[in-house]
Design a protein around this ligand. Structure first.
Ligand SMILES: Nc1ncnc2c1ncn2[C@@H]1O[C@H](COP(=O)(O)OP(=O)(O)OP(=O)(O)O)[C@@H](O)[C@H]1O
Ligand SMILES: [Mg+2]
Length: 426
């Protein structure tokens, strides 16, 4: 099998590694890839928002499967162009990707599928916002409708801050926003693979959004993650499939926009029970890496079965008993003003730590061919171990060997879980 993977971040690096490890795979092409991915796949330059150009690359390399990593090409309908060109594609159509492309649309589908989720108001005027804030109370949750690269949501006790963000959301092209009731409790990510009819879960994971230890500071794209969640109810993944993923997949099929790909479900285990706070239509980054690192089912065969409507032959996915921890290394000044162009050293040494894989998120080669940082999130150090404590120490042993001037990483990823300090409803 020959596979084309679209994207250039740590998520795509994890996808490329897992696909290349599948015995059925004889070649992986990544577009545009990155210096880390280049060690495993043939990287080709490409504008991944240009569906015709993607189909042309797929044709040139005679691939058997196209895997679309990030949300932007999915929402732009690149999967539709590739399917029309005759390729098997892992990733939803432009219409189905609206489950992430529009939070208002996602709420509409959740209501039709009777999915447990936060009460919400979709608003197009500030008058509606004012009355919605009154109705839902504080803390206020205000969400931009469209894609916002993790900067579209504000959760605040301050009415003024909520109103200011609402005004900014209404000024965006989509001209509407979603207000939600506040959900308490720990957050969990569940990645559900679907072929449009059948849907199966990977092991749940949890990520860390805030930049600082103890969840201090602003939200980021994600500073780390781990899997499994030993503190969560044992049947959690099955409950998410039964009450959320399967009804949603069935509803999308009923609407004539079947969902083929990964449905990333963000749930809160709130004091009033399981509640969905968002859908994404791609693997999380870094939480997806923690789940994928534990998967034993051959990955390319799994994605190909989903892309070709044959998931039911797979049965439940196989997952290792190992624990996985991912820690993100970020550049100086991230998330507001990340500095780029700094030399990165120590990766070879870090990769020798048992159980460790170093994924490239934001790296490039400078004019001398040296590896430098090229984004806010630079590397993900992913480690597996027999328990969370072992996986944590492997990850941090490797992180200690990596040098990047002015860089930052959290020191408490999976710490509370490893110490057994997380309880539901806390
Ligand atoms: N109803 C809610 N109650 C409490 N917190 C919430 C609620 N909805 C969202 N949040 C918080 O805000 C964060 C971002 O919200 P959400 O996941 O909907 O936005 P997003 O921008 O699509 O994020 P992502 O980049 O992860 O896709 C969540 O991780 C959660 O911490
Ligand atoms: Mg989202």
């Amino acid at each position: 099998m020959k596979v084309l993977v679209l994207g250039s971040g740590a998520r795509e690096h994890a996808l490329v590694n897992a696909i290349a490890a599948d015995p059925e795979v004889d070649a992986v092409i990544a577009a545009p890839g990155n210096p880390g991915i280049d060690a495993t796949a043939l990287c080709v330059p490409l504008d991944i928002l240009d569906g015709e150009a993607v189909a042309a690359v797929a044709r040139t390399h005679e691939v058997d499967l196209v895997v679309i990593g990030p949300e932007a090409p999915l929402v732009a309908g690149v999967a539709d162009v590739c399917r029309r060109a005759g390729f098997a594609v892992f990733g939803p159509s432009g219409a189905a990707a609206q489950l992430e492309g529009s939070k208002a649309y996602a709420k509409e589908v959740m209501a039709a599928a009777e999915v447990p989720t936060a009460r919400a108001h979709v608003c197009t005027t500030m008058e509606q916002v004012e009355s919605g804030l009154n109705a839902l109370g504080a803390p206020h949750v205000v969400k931009a409708d469209g894609l916002a690269a993790g900067k579209g949501v504000v959760v605040t006790d301050s009415r003024d801050e909520a109103l200011a963000h609402a005004a900014a959301c209404l000024a965006r092209p989509e001209g509407r926003l979603v207000l939600e009731e506040y959900l308490d409790g720990p957050e969990v990510s569940v990645f559900c693979i679907s072929d449009g009819t059948t849907v199966v879960p990977l092991a749940p994971a949890q990520d860390f959004k805030r930049v600082g230890d103890d969840d201090a500071g602003p939200n980021t794209g994600g500073m780390g993650a781990y899997s499994p969640l030993e503190w969560a109810p044992t049947g959690l993944a099955d409950e998410v499939i039964a009450r959320v993923a399967q009804p949603t997949i069935t509803e999308m099929r009923r609407r004539g926009t079947p969902f083929v790909g990964v449905l990333y479900i963000g749930v809160a285990l709130s004091s009033r029970g399981l509640r969905v706070f968002e859908f994404n239509v791609r693997f999380g980054d870094p939480d997806g890496q923690a789940s994928i690192a534990r998967l034993e089912t051959p990955f390319a065969q799994l994605l190909h079965a989903a892309a070709t409507g044959a998931l039911d032959i797979f049965g439940p996915l196989r997952c290792s008993a190992d624990r996985a921890v991912a820690v993100v290394l970020t550049a100086k000044g991230y998330p507001s003003t990340p500095r780029t162009g700094d030399r990165i050293t120590g990766l070879d040494a870090a990769a020798t730590v048992p159980g460790v894989t170093v994924l490239h998120a934001g790296t490039a080669l400078d004019e001398t061919g040296a590896l430098v940082s090229s984004g806010g999130r630079v590397l993900d150090v992913v480690a597996v171990g027999s328990d969370l404590a072992a996986a944590r120490s492997a990850a941090y042993d490797a992180m200690a060997l990596i040098e990047l001037d002015g860089s930052h990483h959290r020191s408490d990823i999976a710490l509370k879980a490893a110490r057994g300090e997380i309880t539901i409803g806390a």
